[in-house]
Design a protein around this ligand. Structure first.
Ligand SMILES: NC(=O)c1ccc[n+]([C@@H]2O[C@H](COP(=O)([O-])OP(=O)(O)OC[C@H]3O[C@@H](n4cnc5c(N)ncnc54)[C@H](OP(=O)(O)O)[C@@H]3O)[C@@H](O)[C@H]2O)c1
Length: 246
């Protein structure tokens, strides 16, 4: 992905990592369309930063189709999507409300990205070079005990990304997986103030440096996430599980 010339749609950029990357991609020269459910934030971000914006709820098939049509009508040159939108919920399989919480995570973190990829893949293949960026997590590789469905959803995104990269190998579409470690955002209550998590600006700056240095990288791995991403491969799995859950 060329960070200086792309036209990119980021559903899930009203806050956090999506917004931090949207600001940096725009500053680097790309055209950025941001999306999300909180329309009051979209209005403010458009006014403050000049983003084009589209309201989208990735759990609603009609909303995804309508957002796709709006984005492509305004930006027929679109050549990248970043499937950023996600939620993280603490769950316990022993709780009566477990299944409802788990299904919400599945609907947002698994079905949502599937809807996005399915909606945009036809258009992206018409572009000379195009990018699907998925967003998994270090927790795809080492589980956090309090978020079982979240961990599973991100493991799904990891393997799905690897597989569609194979399927699309003969097309113009590259598949890039962003694998964040724990970053200070509002993903979970209190997370933005968690001192051991990576500050959002530091994370976003490192991601941009990695994209700039290697625009063809299949995975975007900031240094901090290596501890999780390579734990099993390097024979440190049990120690990493203990550290994450300590
Ligand atoms: N922060 C971390 O430590 C961390 C680590 C690994 C992976 N990640 C992943 O990074 C991504 C961004 O998370 P974040 O940390 O930046 O948290 P965040 O600030 O809560 O951002 C989540 C974004 O997703 C959007 N979103 C949620 N549900 C949506 C839906 N149904 N339809 C459309 N948009 C929706 C939110 O916008 P609206 O509320 O306006 O819809 C928001 O823009 C997520 O996929 C997350 O799993 C984060």
């Amino acid at each position: 992905m060329d960070i200086t010339t792309s036209t990119v749609f980021i559903p899930g950029a009203t806050s956090g990592i999506g917004l931090a990357l949207a600001l940096r991609l725009k500053a680097a020269g790309s055209t950025v369309v941001i999306g999300g459910r909180r329309t009051e934030l979209l209005v403010g971000l458009a006014a403050e930063h000049g983003f084009d914006t589209v309201a989208i709820d990735i759990t609603d098939p009609a909303s995804v189709t309508a957002a796709r049509d709006t984005v492509l009508e305004r930006h027929p040159e679109l050549d990248a999507i970043i499937a950023m939108a996600g939620i993280m919920t603490a769950e316990d399989v022993r709780d009566p409300g477990f299944l409802d919480d788990a299904l919400r995570v599945v609907e947002t973190n698994i079905v949502g990205p599937l809807r996005l990829v399915s909606a945009f893949i036809g258009h992206l293949q018409t572009r000379p070079h195009a990018t699907v960026m998925t967003v998994s997590s270090g927790l795809a590789h080492v589980p956090l005990a309090t978020t079982p469905t979240y961990n599973g959803s991100k493991a799904f995104i990891h393997r799905f990304s690897e597989t569609i990269r194979l399927q699309l190998a003969s097309t113009s579409v590259e598949v890039v997986e962003l694998v964040p470690p724990a970053v200070q955002t509002d993903l979970m209550p209190g997370q933005a103030e968690e001192p051991h998590f990576l500050p959002l600006d530091d994370f976003a700056d490192e991601v941009m440096a990695l994209l700039r240095a290697n625009p063809q990288a299949p995975e975007i791995l900031v240094e901090r996430v290596g501890f999780l991403r390579f734990a099993e491969i390097e024979g440190r799995y049990d120690a990493a599980v203990a550290a994450v859950n300590g």
